[in-house]
Design a protein around this ligand. Structure first.
Ligand SMILES: Cc1cc2nc3c(=O)[nH]c(=O)nc-3n(C[C@H](O)[C@H](O)[C@H](O)COP(=O)(O)OP(=O)(O)OC[C@H]3O[C@@H](n4cnc5c(N)ncnc54)[C@H](O)[C@@H]3O)c2cc1C
Ligand code: FES
Ligand code: FES
Length: 1322
């Protein structure tokens, strides 16, 4: 059942030929019932974009169970008898939008809109089960949904509007609202400060009784006593769903190799990513015998078919009913169940799944083993019990299930007195990420003593299976639970669980450290438990160690956004300055926004798959396409030979020819009638290579081989060498900043539609620069390029992709649909440049920096792309907010054998300024000052010139800085953090404030121009188009606001048509944060031209209406259409002279973050962030705050958890959401305050400022706060020397920098004796 429109009609789908290999996502899109879910965003259940609600009726309990599920992992055959609700079923623009959709839109919870349907479905499903949820339930429900644009805060806020509890901040339970104090502090200001970005009064009420009913036929079907076995026969596979246990056992005996498809969260990904094939699937999903909870005095038995969410509920009940001592295992399981995957997977995956599949990363199995769980097996031959122990988890053949057996249930015995069980885990991200290392541990003591009777330790993710430290445990029997025991245990466990230095997955030393750090945590926990049992006999652990015991809690984020209120004298109709909702928000929330792959199939269309190089640098000996061409459906295989013109466009190679220069370079493309055929054929292309030396992967290797993409760029002022002679101290250092994947939710996509008869082709594609791909095709063909909304702040479509699609379409004469799979997208398109910074700084003992000599190297990859421009930006901007009288900054873009890195929000600034902040921090450390003091001393203070001699006034910078320090109570909180740090040895808090002087625009004047086209129609409606691309950043929304003000008509009169090269030719890129600046001026210009034409008519009839004036103008033969043009900011840069007016103006800001780090695991928690951003006058505070928050979270990801892994051979390992972690809702600041600071900027439209990128660098306050916390830990351990914390500060980096007895204890390998699994490329 697919309810399309709630309460109007419910669509019953009868699929007579249900194919077991087809998943729900594919099916929904294939039959075009849905047109909006991501097709290839990840497809592994990790991103949540494809979330639907599945509802089933349970005839036993007579209840309906609604749960969220990721459609990409749901086989359609498993849905027999289930109701599926999609976002279209929740509400639609045509009928009625649902309150969930409305509030997501009105609370500004959408930007590009790609994640929005999934967000809606997660909240909607929660509301179906809990109409008045708690804020924590909202946060939990969203944990499995990724968003790359918004930073989650507005999404959570939209969900919180359904909560019974107040959604105002409550100041951490004090009952007061921080707003009270803030408003007071702003009271004396001229402009009033607003805090409401939306009006709750506009929300339609939520009435849970109005939701569609569960289809009665499905209840009848579920209650049918004569249910029979179901069989679906697909093209290659058979799906059999037994309805009785005996039938299942019979089938199991007949098909012992057939997987039992339960949640399909393990089977599904194995089929997709490991190419597993199963001719038969058995699906006992609803079998009552697998769904039960049975409690006895000694424990609980839970049916293997229970989902992890149901398991969670059952365990919660047990924990609430049983005494604490009995529920140690249950509580340990509950802890991990909160963070295991996201809500969708927890609702789909079953208990039997991980128990049988025994993945090495399993969070539950180590705990079950430590808790002495047993598995109840059943087969035709009877039942038996086996222990879920070490041999079972290590897959010893004698401990395995027999082929005809299935798991009926798992029995978890209660813990007893003098018995302790714990689960421990650490992942790159707290929720929805596989553990880097996890563990289940238990110890039983001789009654009344601390003498070990039984000890068990199981570790996950340290080898190919979960492993048991059984020998060490055996040796420790009889020992007392004391420090000496711990010390021996650590040594023995490290010996027993050996992780080889080149182990797959890397992080070897970190994993070794975690093995014993987690053991130490367990040790402390047990000591605390013993103390509770007998405080006389067993002393408690030191107070300072207490905080080591608990993981960071997951709190619901809260905060406040402050901005200037609109002038009360502004006409009410004028929308400028108001927090207007994103123009496409409702379309996003209802799923009606059309992305490229949502566009309906076109007759004769072909699909494209790419064949990419598997070598970093090699000669192509041969390419054999014959097998691929022979496959069914294949129409063409295109190689370099087939390129009609030049295969090399400004250094960007379309198809590899003669040699490959990176892993991931396109060698050929395959066009076929379906994507599956194209992909299959792509696998059959045979390429023979011969490696070429050198193979340059890292910046260091590039420097060594003198391999650069462009000449050095330099800026110098003062006399650096001379200044070094007169300073008190000189420090030198190196900082590494790794790259970043754009991870836009919609992968790169193009639809090319040729009209060969007219020598014309229409390209629908995601780009920020439509002119560029058009130029890239030096053809006789005329192009139209249309851009649907997409791409959260990412950058141009890889230069080589568009021509390759063009060539294919041109050759075949057929439409081409090219949607990159996530893995290919990540591999081919690369991302932000990794950077190496080397500095030499001369300074006085009071912290005043007198001289700086800084060198930057970026890893540009194999072709020029935007590397040179990125480098120029780095050199120009990297002084940031600091005046250093003698300053030299040089930079080079390295040419390596990696895919070409490209532009990314901030254009090099976010990387380069880490180096600046690092040397400022190092100076502070040398001078025994706070970094903030050194920043203040060296900050620009008055009207000044930059190092390249551009004049600016840093007054707003000083104001943002001052307000940030004051309003965040930085110094008071710094003291509090120090107090905290004194009392806590294993957890440390850190705070940091970063100032920012950022620029918008580009130092090349012609790149700052823009044009628009405005038509007024006779009915009074207005069509606006302009050359800027909507990337979710709200550009179109602001353009409507501009047109509304200029034409003095309501926004509802204005229609904004998608950007197209038909309407505005030669548009420059929407980049450098100047989309609104330049396009706004162009729209303004067009509107002003039109108003000038209308003016005489208006003067003659001042009381008339807009429609009357328009009609009159037409009668008077006055043109109602015009283009608008803005010549652009007159920027320039003379690299010879090292000076120029490179940028039109500066954007200032400051941000303060406070973190807490767990020194034992390297995890960190972001407690609070305050951002003060100089917005001048904000045209749309909701959009601007959305940009700042979204960029901040993206920046925070760059600086903390986002980590691309490369092999030493230049192969990118991180190819999807499972192994590249962007922040989720769990990572955002617990308290988040954003203030738009008012200033003047007469040069820009309405005195606004471009804020698209500036927030990115604000995320570095998290990195520096982590540094501060780690420094506190190191100081306490006697390590006072300045140290460098590079970016990202991953859990691994944090843990290994918090040096202690455990990091000292682990075995270290001689780097010359092995090749590591991964390397850093910065
Ligand atoms: C996005 C994502 C994130 C994840 N994150 C985590 C995480 O953080 N931590 C973690 O531990 N796990 C994680 N997982 C793994 C997840 O826990 C497992 O995929 C899941 O538990 C498997 O259960 P299932 O019901 O979906 O199994 P299925 O895929 O349906 O089946 C898996 C295997 O078990 C067998 N099987 C299942 N039930 C039985 C039975 N009763 N008797 C005999 N054989 C049976 C099947 O034959 C099959 O071989 C994640 C998975 C995904 C997709
Ligand atoms: S596409 Fe299904 S979870 Fe991402
Ligand atoms: S709005 Fe969430 S991914 Fe773009």
């Amino acid at each position: 059942y697919l309810p399309k429109i709630p309460s109007l009609f419910t669509m019953q789908v009868t699929e007579k030929k249900a194919d077991p290999e087809v998943n729900l996502l594919f099916y929904l899109r294939k039959v075009r019932i849905l047109s909006f879910y991501c097709n290839r965003s990840g497809l592994d259940g990790s991103c949540g974009a494809c979330t639907v609600m599945v509802s089933r009726y349970n005839p036993k309990t007579k209840t309906i169970h609604h749960f969220p599920a990721t459609a990409c992992l749901v086989p359609i055959c498993s849905l027999y008898g289930a109701a599926v609700t999609t976002v279209e079923g929740v509400g639609s623009i045509k009928t009625r939008i649902h309150p969930v959709q409305e509030r997501l839109a009105k609370c500004h919870g959408t930007q590009c809109g790609f994640c929005s349907p999934g967000m809606v479905m997660s909240i909607y499903t929660l509301l179906r089960n809990h109409p008045e949820p708690t804020p924590d339930q909202i946060t939990e429900a969203l944990g499995g949904n990724l968003c790359r644009c918004t930073g989650y805060r507005p999404i959570v806020e939209s969900g919180k509007t359904f909560c019974a509890e107040s959604t105002v901040c409550q100041m951490k339970g004090s009952g007061k609202c921080c707003l009270d104090s803030e408003e007071k502090s702003f009271a004396n200001r001229q402009e009033k400060i607003c805090t409401k970005l939306y009006n709750e009064d506009e929300f339609q009420p939520f009435d849970p009784s109005q939701e569609p009913i569960f289809p009665p036929e499905l209840i009848r079907m579920a209650e049918d006593p004569n249910k029979r076995r179901l069989t679906f026969q697909g093209q290659r596979t058979t799906w059999i769903a037994p309805v009785t246990l005996s039938d299942l056992l019979e089938l199991r005996a007949n098909f012992p190799k057939a997987p039992l498809v339960m949640g399909n969260t393990a089977v599904g990904p194995s089929i997709k990513f490991k190419n597993e094939f199963h001719p038969v699937f058995l699906s006992p999903l609803g079998l009552p015998e697998l769904h039960f909870v049975n409690t006895t005095d000694t424990g609980v038995t839970i049916g293997a078919g229970y989902s992890l969410a149901q398991l969670n509920e059952a365990l919660r009940l047990i924990v609430s009913e049983q005494p604490k001592e009995k529920t140690q295992t249950c509580r340990a399981l509950l802890k991990h169940l909160r963070t295991l995957a996201g809500a969708q997977i927890r609702n789909m995956a079953t208990l039997g799944g991980p128990v049988v599949s025994r993945p090495n990363y399993s969070d539950l199995n180590p705990i079950l083993a430590a808790g002495n769980a047993t598995i109840n097996l059943i087969s035709k031959d009877g039942q038996r019990q086996i222990p879920l122990n070490g041999p079972f988890l290590e897959r010893s053949p004698e401990a395995n299930l027999k082929s005809e057996e299935i798991v009926l249930s798992v029995s978890i015995p209660y813990s007893t007195q003098w018995h302790y069980v714990s689960g421990l885990r650490l992942a790159q991200r707290q929720e929805n990420a596989f553990a880097i290392v996890n563990a289940g541990m238990s110890v039983k003591f001789e009654d009344g003593t601390n003498v070990i009777k039984e000890l068990q330790m199981f570790y996950g993710s340290v080898g190919p299976t979960v492993v048991s430290a059984s020998q060490s445990c055996k040796q420790l029997i009889g020992r007392r639970w004391d420090d000496q025991m711990l010390s021996d245990a650590c040594r023995w466990v490290l010996d027993e669980i050996y992780i080889p230095p080149a182990a797959e997955g890397g992080m070897v030393e970190y994993k070794r450290t975690l093995i014993i750090s987690l053991l130490f945590k367990f040790y402390l926990k047990v000591r605390q438990g013993l103390n509770k049992m007998d405080p006389q006999k067993f002393p408690d652990i030191p107070e300072k160690f207490m905080s080591a015991l608990e993981d960071f809690p997951i709190e619901t984020p809260q905060g406040l956004q402050m901005f200037q209120c609109v002038d009360p004298y502004q006409p009410p109709q004028d929308p400028v300055g108001h927090p207007v909702m994103h123009q496409s928000a409702i379309k996003h929330a209802t799923g009606q926004a059309v992305f490229i792959d949502d566009m309906p199939p076109i007759d004769q269309e072909l699909f494209l798959a790419v064949v990419t190089s598997t070598r970093a640098h090699a000669k192509i000996i041969s390419i054999d396409i014959s097998e691929a061409l022979a496959l069914p459906g294949v129409v063409d295989v295109i190689t370099a030979e087939d390129v009609p013109g030049d295969n090399n466009h400004e250094g960007e190679i379309l198809y590899a020819q003669n040699e490959v220069i990176c892993v991931g370079q396109i060698v050929c493309t395959v066009a076929a009638d379906t994507y599956v055929h194209a992909k299959e054929a792509a696998k059959k292309v045979k390429i023979a290579y011969e490696d070429i030396e050198p193979k340059i992967i890292t910046i260091e290797q590039a420097i060594e081989h003198n391999s650069f993409l462009s000449a050095e760029k330099k800026i110098e002022q003062g006399n650096v060498e001379q200044a070094f002679k007169y300073v008190d101290q000189i420090i030198e250092g190196e900082v590494h900043v790794e790259g970043q994947e754009h991870f836009y939710m919609e992968t790169q996509s193009i639809l090319a539609i040729p009209k060969t008869e007219d020598k014309e082709m229409v390209l629908h594609l995601g780009t920020q620069f439509p002119t560029h791909p058009q130029m890239a095709i030096t053809a006789i063909i005329f192009f139209l390029i249309l851009m649907p909304h997409k791409l959260p702040k990412c950058f141009p479509f890889p230069h080589f992709c568009v021509p390759t699609i063009f060539i294919t379409s041109h050759r075949t004469g057929r439409p081409i649909r090219f949607i990159l799979e996530r893995g290919d997208d990540m591999l081919i398109t690369a991302g932000r440049h990794p950077l190496l910074g080397k500095y030499k700084i001369g300074f006085m003992n009071n912290g005043m920096i007198k001289a700086a000599d800084v060198e930057y190297y970026i890893n540009g990859g194999c072709t020029p792309d935007e590397s040179e421009m990125v480098l120029e930006f780095i050199v120009l901007k990297s002084e940031n907010a600091y005046y250093i009288p003698n300053f030299r900054c040089r930079g080079r873009a390295c040419k390596t054998n990696l895919p070409s890195n490209t532009a990314f929000r901030g254009f090099g600034f976010p990387q380069a300024t880490v180096v600046v902040e690092a040397y400022i921090t190092a100076v502070a450390s040398q001078c025994n000052l706070l970094p903030e003091e050194v920043k203040e001393i060296n900050m620009y203070k008055r009207i000044s010139k930059t190092a390249y001699k551009e004049t600016f006034n840093p007054e707003p910078l000083r104001r943002c800085w001052k307000e940030c320090l004051e309003k965040s109570s930085f110094y008071a909180r710094k003291l509090a953090a120090e107090e905290f740090n004194k009392k806590n040895y294993w957890k440390k808090r850190g705070l940091a404030v970063v100032p920012m002087k950022f620029t918008i625009g580009i130092p090349i004047a012609y790149y700052n121009q823009a044009a628009a086209l405005v038509h007024i129609y006779l009915d009074g409606s207005v069509l606006v188009t302009h050359g800027g691309c909507e990337l979710g950043q709200g550009l179109h929304t602001k353009m409507i606001q501009v047109a509304s003000r200029e034409l003095n008509i309501p926004q509802s009169y204005i229609h904004l048509s998608e950007t197209s090269t038909i309407t505005v030719p030669n548009a420059v890129f929407t980049a450098g944060s100047m989309g609104t600046d330049v396009n706004g001026k162009a729209v303004q210009n067009a509107c002003q031209i039109l108003m000038a034409r209308l003016h005489p008519i208006i003067r003659r009839n001042p009381k008339g209406k807009w429609e009357d004036w328009v009609a009159k103008a037409f009668e008077d033969s006055i043109s109602l259409s015009t283009t608008g043009y803005y010549k652009g900011y007159q920027t320039n840069m003379d690299w010879e002279k090292e000076e120029g007016n490179a940028y039109p103006y500066f954007v200032y800001g400051a941000s303060c973050s406070e973190v807490e780090v767990d020194c034992l695991t390297g995890a960190h928690k972001l407690l609070r962030t305050d951002i003060f951003m100089d917005a001048a006058f904000s045209i749309n505070p909701a959009v601007d705050i959305g940009q700042i928050e979204g960029a901040f979270i993206q920046g925070m990801g760059l600086y903390t958890i986002e980590e691309l892994k490369y092999s030493p051979e230049g192969v990118l390992y991180s190819r999807g959401p499972s192994d590249y972690k962007i922040p989720t809702v769990t990572e955002i600041p617990e308290e988040f305050y954003v203030t738009l600071v008012r200033s003047r900027n007469p040069i820009a439209i309405y005195s606004s400022k471009g804020l698209g990128e500036a927030g990115m660098f604000m995320g570095s306050s998290v990195l520096l706060a982590i540094y501060d916390a780690v420094a506190a830990a190191r100081r306490e351990r006697g390590l006072t020397k300045t140290f460098t914390l590079s970016s990202p500060a991953t859990p691994e980096v944090i843990r290994m920098t918090c040096v202690d007895q455990f990091t000292d204890m682990i075995p270290r390998d001689d780097p010359s004796t092995f090749t590591p699994w991964s390397i850093h490329v910065s």
